[in-house]
Design a protein around this ligand. Sequence first.
Ligand SMILES: NC(=O)C1=CN([C@@H]2O[C@H](COP(=O)(O)OP(=O)(O)OC[C@H]3O[C@@H](n4cnc5c(N)ncnc54)[C@H](OP(=O)(O)O)[C@@H]3O)[C@@H](O)[C@H]2O)C=CC1
Ligand SMILES: O=C(O)CCCC(=O)O
Length: 448
Amino acid sequence: MTSPENYHQSALAKAIVSAESVQEEYFLSTTGAQRGALLRKWNDLIIANRNDIAIILSLENGKPYAEALGEVLYAASFVSWFAEEAPRAYGHTIPSATPNTILSDVREPVGVCGIITPWNFPAAMITRKVAPAFGAGCTVVIKPPSETPYTCAILAKLAVEAGFPPKSIQVCPTKDRQAASELATNPLVKKISFTGSTGVGKILARLAAGTLKKVSLELGGNAPLIVFDDANLDVTIEGVMTSKFRCSGQTCVCANRIYVQRGIEKEFVQRLVQAVSRLKYGAGLDSTTTQGPLVNRSAVDKVASHISDAVSKGAQVEIGGEAPKGEGYFFPPTVLSSVPTNAIVTIDETFGPLAAICAFDTEDEVVKLANATEFGLAGYLFSENIGRCHRVAARMQVGMVAVNTGKVSATEAPFGGVKASGYGREGSVYGMEEYQVIKAITVGNIHR
Ligand SMILES: NC(=O)C1=CN([C@@H]2O[C@H](COP(=O)(O)OP(=O)(O)OC[C@H]3O[C@@H](n4cnc5c(N)ncnc54)[C@H](OP(=O)(O)O)[C@@H]3O)[C@@H](O)[C@H]2O)C=CC1
Ligand SMILES: O=C(O)CCCC(=O)O
């Protein structure tokens, strides 16, 4: 009998066995085109239920309804994308060096996949992983985030309604970290895909090494955003607002350090403060809200500590700066100017609505500052000089660069990082490869 202590672990182990039981029988017997058709139905069901899903998402995560709806559509776009990619799992024919021999390679599903996702994108992080896994022919066991399990549950229900076998998508909500690590250690699981903090990513990678699983990790960022003095400031302010304040600053691609060339610092700060003053924090389902709450008390405390550290080193609060007293985890969108480059905010990802502005003088200097971090997920730059845009983009040590836009994420763009931001790419033409293995087939003596 299962003791209460290992109840969750044992539930996860059972879910893994259940997913494995249909891995071969169902997924190896369907074609990519058939799985693509199921993904198309799943996409259609998500779209048909988008308003209800957005309400659930907004209620459990706190993000404004309009943003939640945007996320549901973004989530559906991964399902739609991989519905098209599933039939295109091409292999190669390879000219063999051996006479009388035909050599080819094919792509096969890796097997049962363990999926672990964060609370900031309760829908999109599920579909960005599950849709390519299904497209490739894998089954999945999902450990959704404790803060936002319901969006995942409804997405899984719709996947089953679309026709995926119930056992092929297992959802195991648990707060028990020991239990969650079952996914990384169980030998039946062949792949771990994780989005979350760098610390947990390293733990999972270490655990997964025990059974040599395939691993992809989308981890923390600390995105630099560089504004050169030849930038178009209308475009730049719009880009900064998009990049910095989406999900109340709680995304791994949010600008964390804003470097502005000294000659335009004053005007930039003034215009940014104007734009920020139009934001309004509040409950997600209130239609006037543009900024939801942060995820928990420690997230609020982290923003406050980054502000007080920067201020103690000489930064100025231009707007915001203090959490309101009372219930809830709200933090007003904040702008700090004259932030010294040794402030903690330039080193540690804030994951909150704090725009920290540091002045710089030269291109070389700012590239060094931008790269002076263990992270390498997203980077942004604004300039009207095309040569400089290419030159600086080439020098930034990140997986994704956005030039003259604050939007770095798109279904068709490879999403992922370098350095301590992890490895593997999601979405795009590469996304399905993460869930496939390549098999070489050699046929000899063909002219016997
Ligand atoms: N790269 C990104 O997109 C994200 C980065 N972060 C960064 O991480 C910080 C902390 O956020 P947090 O949500 O705690 O991120 P975590 O990395 O702790 O959590 C992400 C997911 O991993 C699970 N998890 C945590 N520990 C383990 C473990 N030992 N074994 C298996 N699964 C585990 C969590 O479960 P549970 O919910 O039960 O804790 C959750 O589902 C943020 O402030 C931010 O800096 C956070 C979210 C996304
Ligand atoms: O912040 C994250 O956890 C994932 C990034 C969301 C995106 O832009 O796709």
